[in-house]
Design a binder for this molecule. Structure first.
Ligand code: UT7
Length: 326
């Protein structure tokens, strides 16, 4: 059984914040942010939630595909910034869109979450367990960022993207192969602490446990990304017996334009094959790839038969790449 993406959708908060506005909040400049990251503006939630953005993105994907919410078997929602630990954001989306026949759960793999979700969907479809799956990446990261830390708060934005996949037997569209991995030994280079242990026997010291905001060693993540992303793309190409020249588009996680340029250089691929939207939306973690995919789809830049590489990397540390025939 093959997996085909039959619809995409995305949703962004209303509020747009450019670098000049950021410079009023923290000690930074438009020039620094643009030169070091490529980011020009991002969206910030003024009440939109992981679940509400995800639901909107899912409804758009369903509408584009001409399918009803009741026809969905499973909702896989990738996020690391959900409003609730329980219920999952996926279950909230299931209720919001009326996907009464769908199972639903969250995946936490930070910026690799959407790619991992797509790979899981492929495995479910191949096994015959589910045949129509919504994969969503949704984040309201700005509730986790430290608004006194100019090294991180300028990077992130909020948003959601979704893809509806379906099992089919005819036509070329399918996933050709994937690679995934994690290195937990480097996990703390990008971390955000959850609640403290606090019970009648033990009260964890908040100072010792670290802050409740996102904290990042940017250079470590940068080095990891430039090395690991090119490596895992090369691995997945080898596995699928394809060459860089066979690929029509490389849809990469949008963390930093310099990372994308470095990966393109390592692969000896033309930078024009690496679409970029982080100048407009910043780093939305698990949402970056599906939002970019939806933009490309709606702009008519994806054609049936095109070969795409999707690659995500980030917290965990985690990384993954998939090759699809659109
Ligand atoms: O989604 C996956 C997770 N995240 C990533 O993939 C991020 C990966 N890392 C990066 O993209 C880059 O490391 C950053 C964009 C985060 C930082 O760029 P960098 O070139 O590695 O800068 P840096 O952290 O080494 O800082 C250089 C200087 C420092 O000043 P000094 O010590 O040289 O005087 C920082 O204090 O830039 C300063 N700086 C800033 N200056 C103005 C840091 N942030 C800012 C800022 N505005 N926003």
């Amino acid at each position: 059984m093959r997996m085909k993406i039959i619809g995409t959708g995305s949703a962004l908060p209303q509020a747009q914040v450019d670098n000049s506005q950021m410079a009023e909040w923290v000690d930074t400049t438009d020039a620094w942010i643009r030169e070091r990251t490529g980011i020009g503006e991002r969206r910030l939630s003024t009440g939109e939630t992981v679940a509400s953005l995800a639901a909107e993105a899912c409804l758009k994907a369903l509408e584009q595909a001409g399918r009803k919410a009741e026809e969905v078997d499973l909702i896989l929602l990738a996020t690391c910034s959900a409003e609730y630990l329980c219920p999952s954001a996926a279950c909230q989306v299931q209720a919001a869109i009326g996907a009464v026949n769908a199972n639903a759960f969250d995946i936490n793999a930070a910026c690799s979450g959407f790619v991992f979700g797509l790979n899981m969907a492929q495995a479910y479809i191949q096994s015959g367990m589910y045949s129509r799956i919504l994969i969503v990446g949704s984040e309201v990261l700005t509730k986790m960022t430290d608004w006194n830390d100019r090294g991180t708060c300028v990077l992130f934005g909020d948003g959601a993207g979704a893809a509806l996949v379906e099992a089919h037997e005819e036509g070329d569209s399918r996933m050709l192969g994937c690679i995934e991995g994690a290195d937990g030994t480097k996990g703390m280079v990008l971390n955000c602490r959850s609640r403290m242990i606090d019970n009648p026997l033990f009260h964890e010291d908040r100072e010792k446990a670290g802050g409740l905001h996102l904290s990042m060693d940017g250079r470590e993540v940068y080095c990891f990304a430039t090395r690991q992303v090119a490596d895992c793309i090369n691995q997945v190409l080898k596995k699928t017996e394809l060459k860089v020249e066979d690929i029509d588009l490389f849809v990469l996680h949008q963390a930093n334009v310099r990372i994308i340029e470095a990966v393109a250089k390592k692969l000896h691929a033309d930078l024009s094959l690496f679409p970029i939207n982080l100048d407009r939306v910043g780093n939305m973690s698990s949402a970056t790839i599906p939002v970019l995919l939806d933009e490309l789809n709606r702009e008519g830049r994806l054609h049936r038969g095109d070969k795409l590489v999707l690659s995500g990397f980030g917290g965990g540390l985690t990384y993954g790449a998939s090759v699809l025939i659109w």
